[in-house]
Write a protein that binds this ligand. Structure first.
Ligand SMILES: [Mn+2]
Length: 342
């Protein structure tokens, strides 16, 4: 007897990567869905600015990588974009409604992380979503169930052009468009555990202690994202982020989970594709396992790096930019030491 796993080819999880940082988030999200044995397809919409090595890495996690350029997506899109040029990213996200080769999809932001299998979300109807922690009569658009339809897509674009977005993003547009969500049908209210935002953890800690262990999806809401931190793989520790000095709102356990997944499954993919695409790379290997940020330091193709003066090298060394394979390689340092000791 054989066991069949029924793959529902007409249903998909969909995410969006508008730049290389969000592409990393998308890879972690995709990998987390795979790790929890989803039977659905995985689709990532990619903005035109995502670099080639990132797209290649996305290819190995997702079933479908679709490049979305709002500029060439039809008259309605053009017209809407002309009226509201500020909503470019929103238009890119709304593009998910054009995935009509799927009958039903679940959209997930690239700053979410899946903690268990959530395929049961496909039993829900459009538009199902969880309440937003800031204004619970609005849904949070980081996780939602929808039915691809060109008609709905056009309506959304037209709506966008005419009404804009009350919060400047897709959440405002979608809440105005699906404006009966709060009151019409309770089955369209996803439990909060499908979109647990870090902000909510700290604003209602007793509830988090009571229900937090049931969380299925974590959403790293807010300005500082997991990829803004760095990670010491050897010690298994996440350290401070580079963007702002204020206290982080991200829960340390979830942040660590994100980084563990990134270090184990995503980084090797990025390295593979970066090396494949360029033969002349500044290698930033880390001793002590400090974070190895491939995509934010795109490989320079030519010309080769200039020889640095010893003062420049000293400054770089002190700033933690150590050329382990070049000037600061162990062999060079040893030679220098030898010359002093003689
Ligand atoms: Mn988000």
């Amino acid at each position: 007897m054989s066991v069949f796993v029924f793959l529902q080819a007409d249903q998909a999880f969909v995410t969006l990567a508008t730049n290389d940082s969000y592409a990393k988030g998308a890879m972690v999200l995709g990998q987390s869905l795979r790790n929890h044995n989803t039977t659905k397809k995985l689709v990532v919409l990619v903005g035109p600015h995502v670099a080639e090595p990132c797209r290649d890495a996305l290819q190995s996690v997702f079933d479908e990588v679709r490049v979305v350029d709002v500029m060439d997506s039809g008259d309605t899109a053009h017209l809407a974009l002309m009226k509201r040029p500020d909503l470019g990213v929103t238009f890119t996200k709304l593009h998910c409604w054009t995935l009509t080769h799927y009958s039903k999809c679940v959209f997930m932001d690239a700053d979410t992380l899946v903690l268990s299998n959530i395929d049961e979300l496909f039993e829900r109807e459009e538009l199902s979503a969880a309440p937003d922690p800031g204004w619970p009569d609005c849904f949070n658009s980081g996780v939602f169930v929808f039915r691809p339809s060109n008609e709905t897509h056009e309506e959304l674009l037209t709506f966008c052009g005419e009404h804009g977005s009350f919060d400047g993003g897709d959440q405002g547009v979608l809440n105005s468009f699906f404006n009966t969500w709060a009151t019409a049908d309770i089955s369209k209210h996803l439990p909060f555990i499908y979109n647990l935002s870090s902000i909510a953890i700290y604003s209602y800690l007793p509830a988090f202690k009571q229900y937090g262990h049931d969380a299925k999806v974590v959403h790293f809401l807010g300005k500082v994202k997991p990829w803004n931190y760095s990670y010491d793989a050897q010690r298994g520790e996440v350290s401070g982020h580079s963007q702002s000095p204020d206290q982080s709102q991200l829960h340390p356990d979830y942040l660590l989970m994100w980084w563990q997944l990134y270090a184990k499954s995503v980084l090797p993919l990025l390295q593979k594709h970066t090396y494949k695409d360029s033969s002349n790379i500044t290698v930033e290997i880390l001793i002590n396992g400090a974070a190895f940020d491939v995509s934010e330091h795109p490989a320079p193709s030519h010309p080769p790096p200039q020889k640095a003066s010893s003062e420049e090298r000293k400054q770089r060394w002190e700033a933690g930019q150590i050329d382990y394979l070049g000037d600061d390689s162990f062999a060079n340092i040893e030679r220098k030491l030898d010359s002093f000791l003689k």
